[in-house]
Write a protein of this length. Sequence first.
Length: 423
Amino acid sequence: MYDLLVVGAGPYGLSIASHAAGAGLDVRVFGRPMASWRDHMPRGMFLKSEPWASNLSDPRGRYGLAEYCKRNGMEARHGEPVSVETFASYGLWFAQHAVPDVDERMVASLSACPGGFEATTEDGQTIRGRTVALAVGVIPFVEIPSALLGLGTEHVSHSSHHRDLDRFRGKDVTVIGGGQAALETAALLAEQGTRVRVLARSQQLSWNTVPPAWKRPWRESARAPHSGLGCGWRNWFYSEMPGGFRRLPEATRARVSASALGPAGAWWVRERVESRVEVLLDHEVATASVAAGRVRLEVVGDASGGGPDFETDHVIAATGFKATSARLRLLAPDVRGSLAVNAAEEPYASGDFESSYPGLFLAGLVTAASFGPAMRFVHGASFTAGRLVRGVQRSLRRGPVSSAVPAPVGERGGRMPMGAVKR
């Protein structure tokens, strides 16, 4: 039986595995390394985060993005976006040098067993571990507007479903959303000859500005320090103090998690959108149907309450992700049903990233309600990896839970926080 099973081999899973191995734990990692970046993002996309805020984490800090670029004749410069292809290659290099061998099979299900957990892989093999770290990324949590559900993948897809956009050459495509995924997807579609429009609920698009120089007069730095999530003290707090964020009242955390760093396009994609893409603001889809192989959208919004209904060949929903416990479908029903959640059905995570089910740890987007916006970005992996592995070590010292359905644990094994409920 392994000390730790890491389910997921993206930035969070690989970072956790590196720290676990460095701590002397017997760890097994499952998943296709960097799958989201290799399989779910079209060629030509870039990371929105700065290069220095896009590092995976190893205990000795030897395998950062800048080191990878240096070894491959490149330079990671402040203010210059990193391509998805470069970042995916960096992650594979990190996996080769800083992580134990990765088992590229997917875990199909995870259940409790005497002394820990049992993972069943897609080909039916079972592997046991005393603890588990779920680092499943964002793909299990895709959110598609209800009006578009049921139309079939040939007519509607999520922005994360595309490795490339070639199938849409010469087509008419409508992209739903006003954030980076929507705007960059639309730009790429337009640049390959697709007729594309963006449909957004917001009254205006938001655009991030060009980041200030890395070296600035100290007064400018003091007013608006750099952080992994952008300039300013608020972003600095979200970026550099996830532990402090977790100490905020639950209502505050929920509000900030849902609203901070809202939809916005990167500065380097703005001209590409404004020069090529039709944008319909203050509109949303009311109903959608399929006729003669095309999608008919009925739209509401703007001051008159109506909108320009139209037909399109395909709809891409760049509408984000919602990390609820119900979408952790690889968990056995009894384990998933015992997780304590907040009012938005997001799982609770202790100060060590342990869920309310002892020995089951969470990482990435699913912990944003507990630790803040940094968990939506690669930058949050560094804080998560070290803290989570220390929690695993404490869990191993605590020993296995004897009861079939364990009592929820708090930050130090105590009661659940006020407001958390079990489902």
